[in-house]
Design a protein around this ligand. Structure first.
Ligand SMILES: [Ca+2]
Ligand SMILES: [Ca+2]
Ligand SMILES: [Ca+2]
Ligand SMILES: [Ca+2]
Length: 123
């Protein structure tokens, strides 16, 4: 975390700044009655905002893994591989340091992860 980040407000402590979470307009992306800046899971995909933030630095913009304009914490399919983040979870099937929810190729077989992955089939 940079020194400047200590002065950036973060009401829910998920490492996404209140400004990034639309505190001014009290945006509530998943319409659960909790505005994003006070919601631990703003898109209700089962993966917490602190994980989907991408890093613990308040000064950096929220991560957008698939660069579709929706940051991961508001994107129910962060890696755009056709499998919802809540199904992929935050495990790391291929041990490449990228959680499955934002890893295009969970099993590392070089085949884009769209459709059922092998890890799901053997559960
Ligand atoms: Ca926050
Ligand atoms: Ca909410
Ligand atoms: Ca989420
Ligand atoms: Ca996105």
């Amino acid at each position: 975390m940079t020194p400047d980040a200590a002065s950036i407000p973060d009401a829910d402590g998920d490492t996404l700044s209140d400004a990034d979470e639309g505190a001014l307009e009290a945006r509530d992306s998943d319409n659960d009655g909790h505005p994003d800046f006070e919601d631990d899971d703003s898109d209700s995909d089962g993966v917490s905002d602190s994980v989907e933030a991408g890093d613990s630095d308040l000064a950096t913009p929220p991560l957008d893994s698939d660069t579709d304009g929706d940051p991961d914490y508001l994107d129910t399919d962060s890696d755009d591989n056709g499998i919802f983040d809540g199904i992929e979870g935050t495990g790391d099937s291929n041990n490449n340091g990228v959680p499955d929810s934002r890893d295009f190729d969970n099993d590392g077989d070089q085949i884009h992860g769209r459709g059922p992955s092998r890890c799901c089939l053997c559960m």
